[in-house]
Design a protein around this ligand. Structure first.
Ligand code: TEU
Ligand code: CA
Length: 542
């Protein structure tokens, strides 16, 4: 197993708009991140993934880029960006940027020129005389008429996010140049946004009608994606000591192995979505009851099928997902369930990712009215369900549970006004629980969620078995317990988690209590697991 830094490292995701506001305009910014580098150092993370900070009209909080080589003015300047890279590197922290290359903003000059059919830009996007029946991710039709050009263009996300035509070599060359520009500036890798959507069937056939994602058989992990990623890898990424993680919506495990198998030279790892379906159906707005088994099954499947072939990522949250405590844990047991979930996921094989605020157990907001939500997806989905005749109450229930804004409220630094994020009203409301749930109070408490996270981060560095050891399920059929073993020649590690709020009587004591390495409780009954109790045992093999 290779010894690459991106396999050993802990990644921390920063959503710049909500991390720290340095100049009190209510919007997080790059100087704010620089201010908080000591926090990241103290936490012990090795890599920062920064969500987009490029120039953007901000229809989708920066995932709509109008200039890849410039910084959005509310976030700072190119000088600030260089300073951030330098500051992080001085502390041995790598920086991974978000790479949004499936689409641009409609304000990007490429799109403006394409609309005017200017030279090589004519076919930079997907254009058709007649619309297709495709629908996208935000609940809208995916083909929209452009008056000026007199044709329809494809957008799998918002109307202002036209999809690039990757079959066009000029597009690929331009993207390669742009990536080289950032690598030369010193960034250490990329999180590649919806990267399994870049290749399409360019005849754009009508798809089998579905409520969402109609036409997906022609754009989801379409075969050419492997060709384009291999080209990107050999021409650009392989020339630098950098790493790539693909965000691969709805990807299946076999495709993931192809995408991340080192000898194929495509990506280093991907984000899978199977476990994000633990409380919903494929279309995330159709909710189902959460059961621990719904989490265990996909996680264990990916451990068993990807390990030793490709490489996994380990995550429970990001800027698109509701907070994990609300989904898989319990607000009545915030500390216990947050630490249990962290134990369950971060002792598996793969590169671990923490999303800002997860380390203090931040939870969902509860806005009453659609107007209070900021996210374009929430607004579009609201309109779609209205059109379909759903009641306001039913729609708001879905949005409250699933809205991406749940993860986007300002980081809760302390108990001062606006949680220490900003002196003025932030762009989105602070969660009102900030006087109780914040970084400052948890840092001074040994029994806090953040202190537990710090322990896990340290242990992963101390025991390579966590990074490289083999994985084996224990009690796989038990619906309440998630237990597994990690092992190599030197160590055997056993992780046992009670994934429910009910005490659980175990059939066997896993290991003598003296081998206990970590737990979220201080006293232990050998045979009874308390609500959300998690234990990690470590035995040195003789
Ligand atoms: O997300 C793509 C994606 O597939 C989903 O997670 C999406 O956010 C949504 O939940 C679908 O219901 C990426 C980015 O992470 C997201 O923030 C962007 O809005 C999107 O791509 C477009 O760039
Ligand atoms: Ca600011």
């Amino acid at each position: 197993m290779s010894k690459k830094w991106y396999r050993d490292g802990f990644v921390y995701q920063i959503y710049p708009r909500s991390f720290k506001d340095s100049n009190n305009d209510g919007i997080g910014d790059i100087p704010g991140i620089i201010e908080k580098v000591p926090y990241l150092v103290d936490l012990g993370v090795d890599i920062v993934w920064l969500s987009p900070v490029y120039k953007s009209p901000m229809d989708d909080n920066g995932y709509d880029i109008s200039d890849y080589r410039d910084i959005h003015y509310e976030y700072g300047t190119m000088q600030d960006m260089k300073k951030l890279i330098k500051t992080l590197h001085r502390h041995k922290i790598k920086l991974v940027m978000d790479l949004v290359i499936n689409h641009t903003s409609s304000e990007h000059e490429w799109f403006k020129k394409s609309v005017k059919r200017e030279g090589k830009y004519t076919d930079y996007y997907h254009w058709e005389d007649n619309p297709r029946n495709w629908t996208g991710f935000f609940g809208e039709k995916a083909w929209t008429y452009n008056e000026e050009r007199g044709q329809y263009y494809l957008h799998l996300f918002a109307k202002s996010q036209p999809d690039l035509n990757w079959d066009n070599k000029d597009v690929r060359d331009d993207i390669h140049d742009m990536i080289t520009f950032w690598l030369d500036l010193g960034v250490d890798g990329f999180r590649c946004d919806v990267i399994n959507l870049i290749a399409k069937d360019n005849r754009h056939p009508n798809g089998r009608p579905r409520l969402l994602l109609t036409g997906r058989e022609y754009y989801l992990t379409y075969p050419n994606v492997h060709k384009y990623l291999h080209e990107l890898n050999t021409k650009v990424f392989s020339k630098y000591d950098c790493f790539t993680v693909g965000e691969t919506a709805l990807v299946d495990v076999n495709d993931a192995v192809l995408l991340t198998s080192p000898k194929r030279k495509e990506l280093d790892m991907v984000f899978q979505f199977d476990h994000m379906g633990a409380d919903s159906y494929l279309v995330k707005w159709f909710l189902k009851k959460f059961r621990p088994m719904n989490l265990k099954k996909p996680l264990s499947k990916w451990q068993n099928k990807v390990n030793n072939k490709g490489w996994n990522t380990l995550y429970l949250e990001n800027h698109d997902q509701p907070r994990s405590i609300n989904r898989f844990g319990s607000l009545d047991y915030r500390y216990e369930s947050a630490t249990m979930l962290a134990t369950m996921i971060y002792f598996q094989q793969g590169t671990p990712f923490i999303y800002q605020g997860q380390e203090i157990g931040m939870s969902n907001i509860s806005f009453e009215h659609i107007e209070e939500y900021q996210d374009i997806e929430s607004h579009n989905i609201y309109k779609l369900f209205k059109k379909l005749g759903f009641t306001n109450r039913r729609i708001m229930k879905k949005i409250k549970y699933m809205s991406r804004d749940n993860a986007r409220t300002p980081m809760q630094w302390d108990d001062s006004m606006n949680a220490g994020f900003s002196d003025v009203d932030p762009w989105i409301q602070v969660n009102e629980n900030y006087p109780d749930i914040n970084v400052s109070s948890q840092l001074s408490d040994q029994q806090s969620i953040i202190s537990y996270y710090k322990k896990i981060i340290k242990l992963r560095k101390q025991y390579p078995v966590i990074v490289n050891g083999r994985y084996m399920d224990l009690e796989y059929r038990n619906p309440n317990i998630y237990a597994y073993k990690r092992f190599n020649k030197t160590y055997e590690m056993i992780v046992v988690c009670n994934a429910t709020k009910k005490p659980y009587k175990m059939h066997k004591a896993y290991m003598p209590v003296k081998n206990l390495l970590l737990s979220n409780y201080t006293d232990h009954d050998p045979l009874i697991l308390k609500p959300f109790e998690a234990r990690v045992y470590l035995k040195k093999m003789s």
